[in-house]
Design a protein. Structure first.
Length: 135
């Protein structure tokens, strides 16, 4: 994952977590968007960035991600979050697997909630499935 962090250094706010959601590393853009330094991120989990009122739903999403069929392309999931500056974030998660289908971690991208991207046009407050549409 270290090569991917370097490749996406300034293009996408991207990070990698272990299979339980603890951050392993992030790029500079991820730090800027979340408002946390790289060192601070490494001491956090995905759940530290999500809304407390959504905690049970977020745990359920993580369970659903892990339960996905290893033979299929992992789905993307969308969670609501908050930066250190209390700005709304959209958190896009996708399970990472090794060649044998074993879970190796979670790819995590963040965007300010007011971003104008087609994938974000859905109303995340009513998204019971928490699953992004495939484009």
């Amino acid at each position: 994952y270290m090569k991917l962090i370097e490749i996406t250094r300034s293009q996408i706010a991207w990070s990698v977590t272990n299979e339980l959601g603890a951050f392993l590393d992030c790029n500079e853009t991820f730090s800027k968007v979340t408002g946390f330094s790289r060192e601070e991120i490494r001491q956090k989990t995905i759940f530290d960035l999500t809304l407390v009122r959504d905690m049970q739903k977020n745990i359920d999403v993580l369970k659903e991600m892990i339960a996905q069929n290893p033979a299929e392309m992992p789905s993307q999931f969308l969670l609501r979050g908050m930066s250190s500056e209390k700005e709304a974030l959209l958190i896009i998660l996708q399970l990472m697997r090794d060649e044998s289908g074993g879970t190796t971690g979670i790819s995590c991208c963040v965007l300010p909630q007011d971003s104008n991207f087609p994938i974000l046009q859905q109303d995340t407050t009513k998204n019971e499935e928490h699953q992004c549409e495939e484009h």
